[in-house]
Design a protein around this ligand. Structure first.
Ligand SMILES: Cc1cc2nc3c(=O)[nH]c(=O)nc-3n(C[C@H](O)[C@H](O)[C@H](O)COP(=O)(O)OP(=O)(O)OC[C@H]3O[C@@H](n4cnc5c(N)ncnc54)[C@H](O)[C@@H]3O)c2cc1C
Length: 396
């Protein structure tokens, strides 16, 4: 087995792992990133698309927002449709903050290019990485690189390997507490080569289920439908998807949604998950490896970036002067923000989705909450502060 060494071994080249590698490199800290999938796979993987202003600001400060600034679509509000009428929520007027639509896969591409330009080490197609000795001062990661078995000695391991990753699994049973909730529905998401029907997002609450109209570029729209959990895609031919979207977005006297070619489709489970603490010895979990939210409030990627901001600052402090304080407090610092994101995501999920089998009483409570949001400035402001990420504790 060949011996390699680095300062921080990072498992996973999603937004968390790549951003951490980039921020560490800016501080002169070396890392090796190990990714299970191919580069092509991670660059094409369509997932989140709404970046909070804090996320954009961080990417800008890190020098990786050139394309984001040119191509990202800055939003100041969204439309909320229910009972056949549309209402606009102007979150920028309420909070002063904007959001930016820019696909997660584009963030990933930008970060990979930045690592490449800096001569960083990102290895794709590494499907057997296993961290070890993370409870000692000499952790390591074993894997196969280019057909050869290697052992990477490092100071720290960053578990940025998503919900199904390996890092959380190496922590002994009992050292972590998990909190989970699964929703009785899922989202069917499509990408279509159709210019967005609106410049802003449209959240539609309908008795047949929730629908979201979103976009990735001026030529590509992303639409979602609430469907049953584990819904087989085979049951959703194009015509059924468009008919259902038209029904849920219908406005009294309004034009019907146009349909177009579907470029890709997938079903996303609606799940909440948190692990506490987010660290064990010299292993630090970040992003989806430590917490998952249902996509209703678009917090997953933004919470992942918030973790990385804290972890990068903590590692930088350790390398600068040996201070352990920030590293020791990593989990505590992140979890305040994580639980705020959990609460808002759960709240928004229950606001937008009819639950299977719910009675008319529950449906009317939801309608009252929706009306509150579009008639009370105080309710809209509280909502908007969470929506844009302003309500989350500022970290790092
Ligand atoms: C299917 C899906 C759809 C989503 N859709 C939306 C959405 O529409 N809107 C929204 O706001 N959010 C969405 N999210 C949430 C958002 O995309 C995540 O919060 C975000 O990707 C978190 O980034 P991350 O880097 O922490 O994790 P990930 O992006 O999951 O990255 C983890 C990386 O680790 C790699 N990996 C896993 N195991 C290993 C291993 N053993 N060894 C090496 N590498 C490994 C993975 O291949 C992956 O590249 C979605 C998430 C998923 C899973």
């Amino acid at each position: 087995m060949r011996a390699l060494g680095t300062q921080v071994a990072i498992v996973g080249a999603g937004p968390s792992g790549l951003l951490l590698a980039h921020l560490l490199a800016l501080q002169g800290i070396e890392s090796i990133v190990l990714e299970r999938q191919s580069r092509e796979h991670v660059e094409q993987r369509v997932r989140a698309g709404l970046l909070e202003q804090g996320t954009v600001d961080l990417l800008r400060a890190a020098g990786v927002a050139g394309r984001l600034d040119r191509e990202g679509l800055v939003h100041e509000g969204f439309a909320l449709r229910f009972d056949g009428a549309e209402h606009r929520v102007d979150f920028t007027e309420l909070t002063g903050w904007t959001t930016t639509m820019y696909g997660q896969q584009e963030v990933v591409k930008d970060l990979i290019r930045a690592r490449e330009a800096a001569g960083g080490h990102v290895h794709f197609g590494v499907d057997d990485a296993v961290p070890g000795s993370v409870d000692t001062d000499a952790p390591r990661v074993r894997c196969t690189l280019g057909g050869e078995r290697v052992e990477i000695a490092c100071d720290f391991v960053a578990g940025c390997d998503g919900f199904h990753g390996v890092c959380r699994q190496v922590v002994p049973a009992g050292a972590l507490t998990t909190y989970e909730h699964t929703y009785p529905f899922a989202w069917l998401g499509i990408l279509t080569s159709l210019p967005p029907a609106s410049e802003e997002l449209i959240y539609a609450v309908h008795e047949r289920g929730f629908a979201l109209h979103s976009m990735r570029t001026p030529a590509i729209s992303r639409l979602y439908l609430q469907v049953g959990p584990d819904e087989p895609l085979a049951r959703w031919p194009d015509e059924r998807i468009w008919t259902e979207l038209r029904t849920r977005f219908a406005l009294d006297g309004g034009a019907a949604l146009k349909d177009g070619p579907i470029l890709s489709r997938g079903v996303t489970a609606m799940r909440s998950f948190v692990v506490e603490p987010m660290q064990y010895g010299r292993l630090f979990l970040a992003g989806d490896a430590a917490h998952i939210v249902p996509p209703s409030a678009a917090k997953g990627l933004n919470l992942a970036v918030a973790d990385i901001r804290v972890l990068a600052a903590a590692l930088s402090a350790w390398y600068a002067d040996g201070t352990r304080e920030l590293l020791d407090g990593y989990s505590r610092a992140c979890l305040a923000s994580v639980w705020q994101g959990q609460e808002f995501s759960a709240w928004m999920t229950s606001l937008l989705h009819p639950f299977p089998g719910e009675d008319r009483y529950a449906a009317n409570l939801r309608r009252a909450r929706l009306r509150d949001l579009v008639t009370s400035r105080a309710a809209a402001t509280a909502f908007a502060e969470s929506y844009v990420g302003l309500a989350r504790p500022r970290l790092g």
